[in-house]
Design a protein around this ligand. Structure first.
Ligand SMILES: [Zn+2]
Length: 147
């Protein structure tokens, strides 16, 4: 037996999980009457806490929290609308061009060498990866704000 008694943390660990608390703790409690008494008291305390009735709340806490949150009904600004319009016009133009160049598109891509495709592909993949990373960082920041 070690001459120093166990700490509260070790005794609580023993009281909560006797099988996995460690051999030195188990042996000390088996030989030390003071620590065994403290462990027994903790065991009684933990069982009393577990037996306590769960608190009953007589109001809808979800509705109260949702009512307290600020609303985010943001109407699109002029610059947002301009971005939407330019994006839509650009996609429409690409669609129209693809429609008119259906037969020529295959010849255009056949003439492009694989080296040029890699030169185009690497920045595109890099930008996509950067955007995904940025989106993930924003998500983590928002989750930290919520927690
Ligand atoms: Zn002891």
């Amino acid at each position: 037996m070690t001459p120093i008694h166990l700490s509260d943390t070790e005794i609580q660990l023993y009281s909560l999980d006797k099988d996995n608390c460690g051999l030195n703790i188990t042996e000390h409690i088996a030989q030390c009457e003071s620590c065994a008494t403290r462990a027994k008291n903790y065991t009684l305390l933990f069982s009393a806490v577990e037996d306590m009735p769960k608190p009953v709340i007589d109001f809808d806490i979800t509705a109260m929290i949702l009512a307290a949150l600020p609303e985010h009904k943001k109407s699109p600004t002029l610059s947002d609308r301009l971005v939407y319009f330019v994006s839509f016009a650009g996609m429409s133009l690409l669609g129209i061009l693809a429609w008119f160049l259906q037969k020529d598109l295959s010849r255009i891509f056949d003439s492009v060498t694989s080296m040029i495709m890699y030169v185009l592909l690497i920045p595109i993949v890099g930008i996509l990866m950067w955007e995904c990373y940025d989106l993930y960082e924003k998500y983590k920041k928002q989750m930290n704000v919520l927690n």
